[in-house]
Each structure stands twice: as structure tokens, then as C-alpha cells.
Design a protein around this ligand. Structure first.
Ligand code: ATR
Length: 289
């Protein structure tokens, strides 16, 4: 439960929108940072039925919600409703944070920076590596664009092949690197994982409440791999558990979440939040649930 003794008629609202949204830990970490800094803000989560996205954007303006995080499935779809898109986000083709300045909405992609920082802080380098990227949505785009200048090759494997193909063609065109697109199947995952150095899951497969699912069969994993799952709820997804058992190096999604959350928080409030507190609060919350 959020204590509401600090909510007044002046309190400024921040939020996250997505569908589904129940799994989101953003309210936990942002409200912890707000309280620690003693700011007159509150951060809420809104489950937006996809057909209502345009109404949600109107609502953001009408209620003067000044900072918004955007998650699955809206990172691309929401762009057309914004007044300005930061150049990096434009290049990526997806946003995950919005600032509302008196009804003028600017979108940024801070997923990319958050994910890269998490990989580097964990001591992993992508330079010259073969990447197997699962998914071709907003998060996949962010990761692909931020890694593309350094990696040797990216293979995009997606449920919808057309989307993967579009992304791989763009990456080839912009960065001149080797990229391929394949439709997700057991055989494709088996073949591609053999050739990969790093596997990154950007799909929601394995996310709460579907915690017994993994986007890739355990038999595809081998000890030379780094396995990075951007899903953070649960903290240890089935993919991360399988990968650990196979002797892979692993990284879960919590650090990316906290990194991008902190970047958004600072953008909205001009205050630097305590990232270790944000991380601690999520771990505590997930430990209890
Ligand atoms: P966002 O833009 O917010 O990242 P998205 O565009 O819906 O959200 O991207 C989610 C990614 O996860 C997509 O690659 C999606 O595959 P499709 O392009 O086929 O939709 C993938 N995804 C979602 N649910 C999935 C599932 N159950 N199995 C496999 N892939 C899934």
C-alpha cells in the first residue's frame, strides 16, 4: 500500500501506462525515490486498453500528468500522438518516457541507455559479439540501435517475422553490420543459439504471472553464452534459472529498469534519485509477494 499522507491538492502526478501493467515495479521504485527526496509527487500505474491509447494521451494532458513511462505494447504506437521525439528515440523508432510541458509532449528512449549501462556495470562487453535478440518490439529496437555500432552480428528472432525483417533491414542500412531476421521456432532457436555469444530476451515471455514460461528451450543454452533477460518480475525468470543451470553468465532486467527509471526521474523532477534505494525497494517488494 502507498501511504498517502503526503498527497495534497498540489501533488504532481507521474505515471506509467501499459497493457498489462500489474507486473510493473515502477510505482514502487519511483515512490520510494519521491519520499526519500521529500518531493510533492506521486507515481501511479494505469492499465490502458490498447484501443484507448488516444484517450489516455488526451487524459495525460487534461490531468496535467507531467512525467509518463511507457511500456509494452505502446512504445512504438504512442509516438504518433507526441509533439516532439528526441533524435535518438526517432532513430530507434520507440520511446519509453514522456515529459509533459503544459500540454506539449516530448518522448525519449532511455531504455537503450539503461540496458547498456546494466550490461557494462555487470562487466559484459558487446564489442565484436554475435547477438541473438529475441523479439522485435520497442525494447528490441532500443537495444539493437545502442549495440549496433560495436557488435559483429545481430540475429532477430521474432514471433512475427515481418517485424524482425524490418528491424534487421534498418540496422543493416544504418550501421552496415551483419543482421538477419528469422521467425521464432524451436529449430531456429536451436541453430541460432549455437552461433550466438549473447542472447537477449526482449519479449514478455516468462513475465509474471506466466513465470513457468521461457522464450527459449533450456536445451538451446550452453555455457559459453551470456544470457540477458530484460524481464525483471520475477527477479529470476525461468530463462535466467535455466541459463544459470547450464553454466551461462546471466543478467536479469532489474538494473535496466532502475537505470532507465532514474534517468526518467531526473528528467521530470531535476533531482537525482537514489538508485540503490530504488533497487532495494523492488527486491523487498518482490521478496514479499
Ligand atoms: P513494446 O513496443 O512496448 O516493446 P511490443 O511492440 O508489443 O511492445 O513488443 C513486444 C515483443 O515481444 C514483440 O517482439 C512481440 O512479438 P510480435 O512482434 O510477434 O508481437 C514479442 N512477444 C509478445 N508476446 C509474445 C509471446 N507470447 N511469444 C513470443 N513473443 C512475444
Amino acid at each position: 500500500m502507498i501511504e498517502n499522507d503526503f498527497v495534497t491538492a498540489h501533488t504532481t502526478v507521474l505515471c506509467i501506462i501499459g497493457y498489462p501493467i500489474e507486473h510493473s515495479m515502477s510505482p514502487i521504485m519511483h515512490n520510494a525515490a519521491i519520499r526519500e527526496l521529500n518531493l510533492d509527487y506521486i507515481y501511479l500505474a494505469f492499465n490502458i486498453f490498447p484501443a484507448n491509447l488516444n484517450l489516455a494521451v488526451k487524459g495525460i494532458k487534461a490531468f496535467n500528468i507531467i512525467g509518463i513511462n511507457v511500456t509494452i505494447p505502446f512504445k512504438q504506437k504512442i509516438m504518433k500522438y507526441l509533439d516532439e521525439i528526441d533524435p535518438i528515440a526517432k532513430k530507434i523508432g520507440a520511446i519509453n518516457a514522456i515529459k509533459n510541458d503544459k500540454g506539449y509532449l516530448t518522448g525519449k528512449n532511455i531504455d537503450a541507455e539503461g540496458a547498456m549501462k546494466a550490461l557494462l556495470n555487470a562487466g559484459y562487453t558487446v564489442s565484436g559479439k554475435n547477438i541473438l535478440l529475441l523479439g522485435a518490439g520497442g525494447a528490441a529496437r532500443a537495444l539493437a540501435y545502442i549495440m549496433a555500432e560495436d557488435v559483429h552480428k545481430i540475429v532477430f528472432v521474432n514471433r512475427t517475422e515481418k517485424r524482425a525483417l524490418k528491424l534487421s533491414n534498418q540496422i543493416k542500412k544504418y550501421f552496415g553490420i551483419n543482421a538477419e531476421a528469422k521467425k521464432m521456432s524451436k529449430n531456429v532457436l536451436k541453430d541460432e543459439s549455437k552461433k550466438a555469444d549473447i542472447i537477449i530476451n526482449t519479449t514478455p515471455v516468462g513475465m509474471y504471472p506466466n513465470v513457468d514460461k521461457s522464450p527459449i528451450p533450456a536445451e538451446c543454452l550452453h555455457e559459453d553464452l551470456i544470457v540477458y533477460d530484460i524481464v525483471y518480475n520475477p527477479l529470476k525468470t525461468k530463462l535466467i534459472t535455466d541459463a544459470t543451470q547450464k553454466g551461462c553468465k546471466t543478467l536479469g532486467g532489474l538494473d535496466m529498469l532502475v537505470n532507465q527509471g532514474a534517468l526518467a526521474f531526473e528528467w521530470w523532477t531535476n533531482k537525482k534519485p537514489d538508485t540503490s534505494l530504488m533497487k532495494k525497494k523492488i527486491i523487498e517488494f518482490l521478496g514479499k509477494s
